[in-house]
Design a protein around this ligand. Structure first.
Ligand code: SF4
Length: 225
């Protein structure tokens, strides 16, 4: 009988008892560590056979562990020591990148200016591109005026495909997303030739902190459940 699809989010076991942490650990019927061993092998082949991916993964994991202080005092004492923007800069330095892309939302143009200045001051060449680049009408993707934010005039669409193409043409080595909308970010990921990271996601309501709604699901955001 076919196993149910992976659902690690509902794994009933303590972290320290899980099969994905311990060889003798436990997993539910849906456990992908137990059920999908061929994918473990296939995924590891990707690291083994692609030198660039191997190095990217290696540096990402070094970056991860370097984000904790007090490691010499045992696991219970570790604490976070780096903000995400520091991590992005450090990671780009570890990878020896010189040319970085920044794809940002018009609503975060002030933040983009600050980020460009900061990262640029660390010796990187920055190529930055705003979501409305190309000034193409939303009519092109089938929207009428009623679907626009402001129906009083023709509105420029966000064009994440062009954002990616601009950065691809400039041969950026690593692209940073800043505040792209849900779905626009997806298209950017699909069309970007360079690997990407996200400095911040768009959440207009919650100051670009979507987890605020998740943290308050039992209280102020209970109506979502
Ligand atoms: S991989 Fe298996 S053991 Fe690990 S969280 Fe997912 S279901 Fe649980």
């Amino acid at each position: 009988m076919k196993n149910p699809p992976a659902n690690c989010a509902r794994c009933p076991y303590k972290i320290s008892d899980r099969l994905c942490r311990e060889e003798q650990g436990k997993g539910p019927d849906s456990c992908p560590t137990a059920n999908l061993q061929e994918l473990t092998g296939q995924s590891l082949d990707e690291y083994r056979t692609h030198g660039d991916i191997h190095e990217f993964a290696r540096q990402a994991s070094i970056q991860e562990s370097s984000g904790y202080g007090n490691r010499d005092q045992g696991y219970e004492q570790v604490r976070p020591v780096k903000s995400r923007i520091e991590e992005i800069i450090e990671f780009a330095e570890r990878m020896k990148y010189r040319r970085l892309g920044l794809a940002f939302c018009i609503g975060l143009r002030k933040e983009a200016q600050a980020v460009e200045k900061l990262i640029g001051s660390r010796g990187f060449e920055m190529v930055t591109v705003l979501c409305k680049v190309g000034r193409s009408s939303k009519e092109i993707i089938g929207l009428d005026r009623a679907d626009q934010i402001d129906s009083s005039s023709d509105e420029a669409m966000c064009n994440p495909i062009m954002q990616a193409m601009v950065l691809n043409r400039e041969k950026t080595e690593f692209n940073i997303l800043l505040g792209l909308c849900v779905g626009h970010d997806s298209l950017f990921f699909k069309y970007s030739e360079a690997l990407c990271t996200v400095l911040a996601v768009k959440d207009r309501l919650l100051g670009h902190n979507p987890l605020a709604a998740v943290y308050t699901l039992d209280t102020y955001y209970r109506s979502l459940k």
